[in-house]
Write a protein that binds this ligand. Structure first.
Ligand code: SF4
Length: 245
């Protein structure tokens, strides 16, 4: 792990590991993109091309301790469409060598979990948590107010892919990150429940991007519904929407 990487920690994560960096989704609120382009590009050779997708094969020599929870590629999206399958398979091979360490994968493009060879590998691994970021279930709000330039898959596509993954791999460990939370439609809790995640992280934007946020009362209701469904919810930044102050 680089000294300056891994600032977007989930509290259970003990370490980050970035053999693949960069992302072409370019979400309007991306903190990693700004960090890579503005600061890390001047400080670290690894980021000399900023947020351009890169593979650092020498990182595959990393060693991991039992009982660590390692967040893989938090400085990008290693399942983006642009990432060569060979890179992903090499990272998964390394993960397999540490069966007593748990590795958290997180993407906005979970359909690559289902891709041939990648799926075959994942279906035989018990030390990975397959995560997806799903900030909302409202495609329209997402299209109009959040997406820009290059477009990550719509939230509805991510939800249906994660439900399909659950059907194909009933015992897979999965998680959902609802962060930064965006205004959502009714039925969001039910859709997340259908994915049967082991846990959910939920939180508001930390970087004052003035996103179309839900009111605090709606978020509190969502959390309560998820917990009623028996889902473990970890709260990150929970506050009023910026326009409620
Ligand atoms: S998918 Fe993640 S890493 Fe990629 S631009 Fe969006 S927030 Fe940044």
């Amino acid at each position: 792990m680089g000294k300056y990487e891994g600032t977007r920690m989930f509290h259970k994560v003990t370490r980050t590991w970035n053999p693949i960096i960069g992302c072409k989704h370019l979400c309007s609120y991306c903190w990693a993109w700004r960090l890579a382009e503005d600061r890390l590009s001047k400080m670290l050779d690894k980021y000399k091309y900023g947020f351009r997708p890169m593979f650092y094969e020498k990182e595959l020599k990393a060693k991991f301790k039992p009982n660590e929870l390692v967040f893989v590629a938090d400085m990008g999206d290693m399942f983006g469409e642009w990432v060569p399958k060979s890179w992903i398979l090499k990272v998964l091979s390394t993960i397999k060598r540490f069966p007593r360490t748990t590795f958290l994968l997180l993407t906005k493009n979970p359909k690559r979990y289902l891709e041939e060879e990648i799926f075959d590998n994942l279906s035989r691994m018990s030390n990975v948590i397959l995560g997806a970021t799903i900030e909302t279930n409202d495609d329209l709000v997402y299209i109009i107010e959040v997406r820009q330039n290059v477009r990550p898959p719509l939230p509805s596509e991510r939800i249906s892919t994660m439900i399909k993954l659950r059907d194909l791999l009933p015992n897979a460990r999965t998680m959902i990150s609802i962060e930064p939370i965006i205004k959502f439609k009714s039925g969001f809790a039910e859709e997340v429940y259908a994915i049967k995640p082991e846990f959910v992280y939920i939180g508001y934007d930390n970087y004052d991007n003035k996103l179309p946020e839900p009111k605090l009362k709606d978020t509190v209701k969502l959390i309560s519904k998820l917990e009623d469904y028996g889902i473990t919810v970890y709260r990150k930044t929970i506050r009023k929407a910026w326009y409620e102050y």
